[in-house]
Design a protein around this ligand. Structure first.
Ligand SMILES: [Zn+2]
Length: 98
């Protein structure tokens, strides 16, 4: 199934990940839409880091830490678009100095 992933990810990275928060949508290995999370770091009952795994094939599909999903798990095209979106947000958020 990796061949499918490598092919589809080049054109449709958002088929596998949600554009808004980078959360997993489909497993890149078996296309399952069912995931479970494993707590990796918990401090004072507060979840800091969690690994997301596929319910069907147990592949690691995403990593969540301190409120954000890791862009490193995205395919190259998705990473590039995510970076652009972040740059745009930073640009729009800037207060012009006068
Ligand atoms: Zn899977």
């Amino acid at each position: 199934m990796k061949a499918v992933y490598n092919f589809v990810c080049k054109v449709k990275p958002w088929w596998f990940f949600n554009k808004e928060d980078l959360s997993p949508k489909r497993c890149p290995d078996c296309l399952s839409k069912s995931f479970y999370s494993v707590a990796k770091d918990v401090s004072d009952y507060l979840l800091l880091e969690a690994e997301y795994r596929c319910n069907c094939c147990d592949s690691v599909v995403q990593y969540w830490s301190y409120g954000n999903f890791d862009p490193a798990y995205l395919p190259p095209k998705g990473r590039e678009e995510h970076r652009q979106r972040q740059n745009e947000m930073i640009t729009f958020g800037e207060v012009p100095h006068d």
